[in-house]
Design a protein around this ligand. Structure first.
Ligand code: TPP
Length: 564
């Protein structure tokens, strides 16, 4: 049979490990979808809209290492750009494939789904700003080069890419692909730069007495968790994590010293960071959020190991092209043991505060939901936490070894957990996935629960209904933070269909007893998602949210600097 552009793309996607591709059909991409569907290794997953489609691919990339989303021109792609923004911000390789107008119409006609002007380049131009590589195939013969280039860049940079395929090219003949190794091969570190970075870093550390390791969210993006552990155990010092890095280091490890974000830190992580004389920052990202409105920017000298570089405070030096994995392995061999901060941390480590169980009939509280969520966690659990008070509830959880934790703290799109967890579970069906979300967030992407029903995915959705945008109330309140209250438990059951698929279970809880009953039913329900609407008082939120909100609000409202 004829080997086509569509077959080429399908083959490459299968070769890099894609098993599910997320799609919304449209006349500009239908032939391409046929070609992808025809590949034996690929399963097409239809989504309810392109925002959810792109976020599902983003979640899939978290589980599988790479994700794909196929949409139609403009009406589809513009909505998908949001999830692509997330992939960029969160360092996830997501391949956005968009159908496009017939090549014969370029510069000739006005077309549907376009801006109505003689211009078919705008979408490519827009995609360039939010991807690390954007290509538009204009001739079938160019497809192999452009597809290979885009996929290679996505994997190399761990950022999203864009591939535009005109509707009349997907079925055109094209060359067959060569070995995939040429596309997936990673770039080795520059050897002299790596040597110099390791020597410089170990001398720098030797001159310090009180090192602390601060782990950031990029560690997991490059799969450096294991080599991080080697370094940690070679030094013996205290290890703290940034909030978005939760899940990258075992919390039952003797050297784990909490989540560091200033005044909302867990387990007194801020105290040991303040005591340190050097901070070994590994894959860290400092933003207004992770530094609690710039109140927790560490001031001690730093050694910063990023995905592809190392920077030292003293001597003040920068080494580019040093891969994080390579650096951690080599530094672990070069450093000497210094457990000084661990000894101190053991003195000041707070005793575990066992949350008081509330009495069964009492009005449900946030604390009680958090306490019962904690009891659910096993090594097989993955927790997704939504922007909102769910972040703080999630970050407070104590993860057993093996439990995974997903958060989208850089992009912070409310509603992300629903489509992202859906995508994630398709790649990791063996995990017990629990998501913690707010009522406001849920309203953004609720219809993707219907996909969980269709695909019989037993995700447990803990929806904390505090009747409003509480996180925003704490930052800056106004009438705009009040939202229409829905019957959430009833809503998800509306997605059940006589025509097939599984079943959603919608449950309501107003008391502790009702939550524990509901959780039992949720765990037993394997044929689709369970949503538990946990109804709490409007002002019932975490101490951390109020504290953090106060400082973020202060940072947001700084007056403009005077001209000098
Ligand atoms: N739009 C998007 C797409 N993302 C956002 N982060 C916002 C708007 C701004 N925003 C941040 S949090 C939030 C909003 C609107 C409210 C979240 O409310 P809810 O999900 O009920 O969580 P709660 O804080 O009440 O727990």
């Amino acid at each position: 049979a004829l080997f086509t552009v569509g077959d080429y793309l399908a083959e490459r996607l299968a070769q890099i490990g894609i098993r599910h591709h997320f799609i919304v059909p449209g006349d500009y991409n239908l032939i391409l979808l046929d070609k992808l569907e025809a590949h034996p290794a690929l399963t097409e997953v239809g989504c309810t809209n392109e925002l959810n489609c792109s976020l599902a691919a983003e979640g899939y990339a978290r589980a599988c290492g790479v994700g794909v989303c196929v949409v139609t021109y403009s009406v589809g792609a513009f909505s998908a750009f949001n999830g692509i923004g997330s992939a960029y911000a969160e360092n996830l390789p997501v391949i956005l494939v968009s159908g496009a107008p017939n090549t014969n119409d370029v510069d000739q006609h006005l077309l549907h789904h376009t801006l109505g002007e003689h211009d078919f380049i705008y979408q490519l131009e827009m995609a360039k700003r939010i991807t690390c590589c954007a290509v538009a195939i204009r001739r079938a013969a160019h497809a192999p080069e452009l597809i290979d280039r885009a996929i290679r860049m996505a994997l190399l940079k761990r950022k999203p890419v864009y591939i535009e395929v005109p509707t009349n090219l997907s079925g055109e003949a094209c060359a067959q692909p060569g070995p995939i190794s040429a596309v997936v091969k990673q770039m080795p570190s520059d050897a002299p730069a790596l040597d110099a970075a390791v020597t410089g870093a170990s001398e720098f550390l030797r001159a310090k007495q009180k090192p602390v390791i601060l782990v950031g969210p990029k560690v997991r993006r490059v799969g450096a968790e294991k080599v991080l552990l080697q370094l940690v155990e070679a030094i013996g010092c205290a290890v703290v994590l940034q909030p978005a890095a939760k899940g990258s280091f075992p919390e039952d490890h003797a050297q784990f010293a909490g989540i560091f974000w200033g005044q909302v830190s867990t387990l007194a992580a801020d105290t040991i960071v303040n005591w340190a004389d050097v901070l070994i920052c590994i894959g860290t990202v400092f933003t207004d959020y992770s530094t609690v409105g710039w109140t927790a920017l560490p001031s001690v000298p730093q050694l910063v190991a990023d995905i592809d570089s190392v920077a030292l405070a003293n001597p003040n030096m920068y080494f580019s092209h040093v891969q994080l994995q390579d650096f951690l392995v080599r530094l672990a061999e070069a450093v000497s043991w210094n457990s000084c901060t661990m000894t101190e941390y053991n003195r000041l480590r707070p005793d575990p505060a066992l949350g008081q169980a509330s009495r069964g009939q009492e009005r449900l509280t946030r604390k009680e939901v958090a306490r019962q969520t904690q009891l659910l966690l096993t090594p097989e659990t993955t927790v997704f936490t939504e922007t909102g008070d769910s972040w703080f509830n999630g970050i407070q959880l104590c993860l057993p070894a093996g439990a995974e934790f997903e958060i989208e703290m850089q992009w912070g799109h409310i509603g992300w957990t629903i489509p992202a967890s859906f995508g994630y579970v398709l790649a990791k069906p063996e995990r017990r996935t629990i998501l913690m979300t707010g009522d406001g967030a849920f309203q953004m992407t609720a219809q993707e629960v219907s996909q969980m029903v269709r695909c019989r995915i037993p995700i447990i959705i803990l929806l904390i209904n505090n009747r409003g945008y509480t996180i925003e109330v704490e930052i800056h309140d106004g009438l705009y933070n009040r939202i229409q209250n829905w019957n959430y438990a009833l809503l998800v059951e509306a997605f059940n269909s006589e025509e097939g698929g599984g079943r959603a279970l919608g449950l309501k809880a107003h008391t502790a007893e009702q939550v524990s009953e509901a959780l039992k039913r949720a765990i037993a329900h394997k044929d689709g998602p369970t949503l538990i609407e946990c109804n709490i008082h409007q002002d019932d939120c975490s101490r951390e949210l109020i504290t953090w909100g106060h400082f973020v609000a202060a940072a947001n409202s700084r007056v403009p600097a005077k001209d000098k």
